[in-house]
Design a protein around this ligand. Structure first.
Ligand code: FAD
Length: 472
């Protein structure tokens, strides 16, 4: 008897109800499908593809030690999964639920096929503390404001994390599936992933260590430390949560061990709440990455260079992330390219953009400043920035990325008001007072060779406020 655990954004062995259920039935096989064909499913960005490659390698080893083979398939899941079930003769398939619109359609189609073909199909809650349809306002609709949303969700009972399945004997005659190398997830010609490899170890064990290291120290000062990008004051758990190497249930219960001493753990818990809130928004607005949640913003005179979003600008093309892009003249670049390359002449923005290019991650405070600069000082549509982050972040998340871009733009749910325009110089003085972050990521900012600012901050701010007036 074969039971399939269809893994998606839950690349872990522990606290994985679908995997546990498949193993319980005996003869468990894990399946991962790279679906770049189903309509509406967003193809992964380049940094995410790098992460996925290494995550699957590690997962194969982790599952192997439990006697569970991992089979890789590429194609439209609504076709590939039924074919695999038929090919193995499996009589049961289990998965953990997804909350994006197109993904749910695929899952529903597979469930329907299973029902028609006498195959047991069962799904579980594993990636969110709350299921978006279970939490509603007094009026019965979705939440649009974070504080009451989180008050409701954080008062719920969250199950304790589950153990990994006990080791067992692998089933016989499991089809081989694809060779991971054939998926070409890793960059080549040039290979720009050195900075990512220096910064990250994808996989469950590394995610659990990151959680433990954070809880052993930085969490207690998180309320202050989280805003200082020069310090390791945040957990850096985002890619591990994104890929499901760590579950929110594991984080929540581990956090309860260290609560009580000061505000740090509670403030950190609230950030986990923001992740939940972003998914709540995506569930209720499947087009969150392409549509302003506040329709008034449809008339905003942003520039939206079509096709420009995820393109790597020529100044970065072929460049190893170890090389600083300084030396190129920003006046020769289109404003969007200067922003992507970290050559705007605004030190905090440039430092952030270069950190992103180097390691596929940027500190949250700097993400807000860099996004605000693109949208409000350069007058470029938030979607363009969202697409670049999607391409370059190892934690690129279908819910958190668009929700946060819309938050900065003012077009989203419970968003910062548009007139709140971060001043990158004031932000740098306040949150990088000793210049440690800027000198780490944009050392040329301290030299006379550093370019003049691409725009005048005051003038471009005024321009943005005038544009905002035009849609009010
Ligand atoms: P910590 O401060 O340690 O927080 C712990 C966890 O809480 C994070 O790992 C993350 O899962 C969650 N979290 C924290 N802040 C937020 C937030 N504002 N929204 C949603 N979840 C949050 N986060 C992503 O995971 N993926 C993205 O694609 C993403 N894009 C962003 C784009 C912009 C423009 C902005 C302003 C923020 C974005 N964020 C995104 C949110 C946030 O910047 C990152 O989650 C955070 O910087 C990750 O670092 P950390 O794990 O050390 O965070």
């Amino acid at each position: 008897m074969v039971s399939i655990a269809w893994l998606r954004d839950d690349l872990r062995t522990a606290d994985n109800p679908a995997l546990l259920a498949a193993a319980h039935e005996g003869g468990a096989v894990a399946l991962y499908v790279l679906d770049e064909e189903s309509p509406g499913i967003r193809p992964l960005g380049a940094a995410a593809r790098w992460w996925l490659h290494h995550a699957l390698e590690t997962l194969r080893e982790d599952l192997g030690s439990l006697g569970i083979p991992l089979v890789l398939l590429r194609g439209a899941a609504r076709r590939a999964v039924p074919e695999f079930i038929s090919g193995t003769g499996a009589d049961a398939i289990f998965w953990n639920r997804r909350y994006g619109g197109p993904e749910r359609e695929v899952d529903a189609a597979v469930k329907e096929w299973a029902a028609d073909n006498d195959v047991h199909a069962e799904s579980f809650q594993a990636s969110l503390l709350h299921e978006p349809w279970t939490v509603r306002t007094g009026g019965g609709g979705p939440y649009r404001v974070f504080t009451p949303f989180w008050r409701t969700v954080s008062a719920m009972d969250f199950r304790t994390p589950l153990e990994a399945p006990a080791p067992s004997v692998p089933p016989d005659n499991v089809p081989a599936g694809d060779d991971l190398a054939d998926w070409n997830l890793l960059p080549a010609h040039p290979d720009w992933s050195a900075g990512l490899a220096d910064a990250w170890t994808p996989g469950e064990a590394a995610g659990q260590s990151a959680l433990e290291d954070f809880l052993a120290g930085p969490v207690q000062d998180y309320d202050d430390g989280r805003d200082l990008p020069a310090k390791p004051g945040t957990s850096r758990l985002s890619p591990y949560l994104r890929w499901g190497h760590v579950s929110p249930f594991q984080v929540w219960h581990a956090l309860s061990r260290v609560r009580g001493d000061g505000p740090g753990p509670d403030v950190f818990g609230t950030e986990i709440g923001w992740r939940e809130f972003c998914w709540h928004q995506l569930f209720h607005n499947p087009d969150l990455a392409t549509r302003n949640l506040r329709p008034a913003f449809d008339a905003f005179p942003w520039e939206y260079p079509q096709d420009a979003g995820p393109q790597t600008p020529p100044v970065l093309r072929g460049r190893n992330p170890d090389q600083s892009p300084s030396g190129s003249r920003p006046e020769d670049l289109a404003p969007l390219d200067a922003w992507k390359a970290g050559l705007t002449g605004i030190p905090l923005v440039d430092a952030g953009q270069r950190q992103l290019w180097h390691m596929g991650w940027m500190h949250n405070r700097v993400r807000m400043v860099a996004a605000s600069f693109l949208i409000k000082n350069l007058g470029i549509h938030w979607r363009t920035g969202e697409e670049w982050f999607w391409e370059t972040l190892v934690d690129a998340d279908p819910a958190s990325n668009p929700a946060n871009w819309q938050w900065v733009a003012g077009s989203g749910a419970d968003a910062a008001p548009f007139f709140r325009i971060f001043n990158p110089e004031t932000q740098a003085k306040r949150f990088d007072p000793n210049g440690g972050y800027i000198s780490r990521w944009a050392p040329d900012a301290l030299t006379p060779a550093y370019p003049e600012p691409l725009v005048d901050l005051k003038e471009s701010r005024r321009h943005a406020l005038d544009a905002y007036e035009s849609i009010r």
